[in-house]
Ligand binder design. Structure first.
Ligand SMILES: [Fe+2]
Ligand SMILES: [Zn+2]
Length: 378
């Protein structure tokens, strides 16, 4: 029995749990969340705040092993709540966290951790839901995951993307081709080296995920990856002033071509309200001239250089050659990527797509629910 004691006042239900903590559920909250107000098929609430009385008075409570029933006699209503559902929503001091969107647990990494990256054969990924759940979980936690042996077909990447989430179409197309282009609108479409960066910080919102599928590899053209969160945390420890500047100075990111004008302002490191790192956006190709007083420019450039130095530190960089059939998914708000130069006579060719974050998290949660790995209460 989970319940030690149940009592009530007019305006609340009190539950003492066998585990030693106590919850108090307000009468209006209970009425608002009454199961009868939810659609039986999709679980959505069918009422609005104005459909509820302002001060519903609880007249009685009763309970069993698995349920607690609350009655509002004056309204001619009662509602039965599953005990587990109530305990999951405990509001004692130990359990009342500020509401934040669910976030995956992060594993920060450096060069030496590359051996623990999730790499999976494409056949296993396509053939097994539990393998896909493992891959998506790793991608959410590490911000990067690899597939090997992906069919080297044009647009095969779309099949992978459909297992991950929902595509984010941009001016580069639903699927973009990273190949040498004689009149490129972006330096990505050349054979030059590309410094570490995240993609499209000039977009609102910035695409959350990127998938790159190597159709043809070339000599040179090695790929670089860095965990921007690990570097940002290191900057925070080593140089709190620089970290502070970077998180507080908004820079303008811009992209223009014949048919596109994109611009937005954001700091290079964005924080959540609780101070944890929300995003890293780093792309020297697209930072517009800073609009800051000269003194502030000096302070910002110092911090920017500190961050850049850490990003280029070999302790953080993972360098690898993507071969035909290799595919990488990475979090574009976290993992910086780059490449070394390659010979333009070699037809190196990658296809890429962007996706939003929420699709990955949704697919992962739904898979884990279906597989019974994780209970999701609503
Ligand atoms: Fe890129
Ligand atoms: Zn509690």
């Amino acid at each position: 029995m989970k319940i030690a004691n149940v009592s009530h006042a007019q305006d609340r239900l009190r539950v003492s749990w066998a585990g030693g903590h106590h919850s108090e559920y307000h009468s209006l909250w209970l009425l608002d969340n009454s199961p009868e107000h939810r659609d039986e098929h999709n679980g959505q609430r069918r009422i609005d705040i104005l459909d509820l009385p302002e001060d519903p008075e609880i007249s009685d409570v009763a309970f069993g092993d698995e349920w607690i029933e609350v009655t509002w006699a004056a309204l001619g209503k009662s509602a039965r709540f599953p005990v587990q559902w109530l305990e999951d929503r405990c509001n004692c001091n130990a359990h009342i966290f500020p509401p934040i969107a669910p976030r995956p647990e992060l594993t920060l990494w450096r060069t030496e951790d590359a051996g623990r990256f999730c790499e999976m054969e494409y056949r296993e990924f396509c053939g097994s839901a539990s393998a896909r759940a493992r891959w998506l979980r790793a991608a959410a936690s590490w911000g990067i995951a690899f597939l090997r042996g992906v069919l080297c077909e044009e647009r095969e990447i779309l099949l992978v993307a459909s297992f991950v989430g929902w595509l984010r179409e941009t001016n580069y197309g639903r699927v973009f081709n990273v190949a040498v282009n004689p009149r490129p609108n972006n330096l990505a479409y050349t054979n030059t080296a590309l410094g570490l960066h995240t993609d499209n910080p000039y977009r609102e919102p910035v695409p959350g995920l990127q998938i790159l599928h190597c159709l043809k590899s070339a000599d040179g053209g090695e790929s670089l990856f860095v965990d921007g969160f690990a570097v940002a945390e290191t900057l925070r420890q080593m140089d709190a002033d620089a970290f502070d500047q970077i998180t507080r100075t908004k820079v303008e990111f811009r992209f223009q071509d014949a048919s596109t004008e994109l611009s937005t302002c954001r700091p290079l490191i964005q924080l959540h309200e609780d101070g944890s790192i929300a995003a890293v956006h780093y792309n020297s190709r697209s930072i517009a001239p800073l609009k800051l007083p000269a003194d502030s420019v000096a302070v910002f450039y110092r911090a920017y250089r500190r961050f850049a130095l850490l990003l280029s530190d070999p302790r953080f960089q993972v360098r690898m050659h993507l071969n035909a059939g290799d595919l990488v998914l990475f979090d574009n708000h976290r993992v910086l990527h780059g490449r070394t130069a390659f010979s333009s006579s070699e037809p190196r060719r990658l296809q890429g797509v962007y996706l939003d974050h929420d699709g990955l998290l949704s697919n992962l949660a739904a898979l884990e629910r279906t597989l019974g790995i994780r209970y999701v209460s609503r």
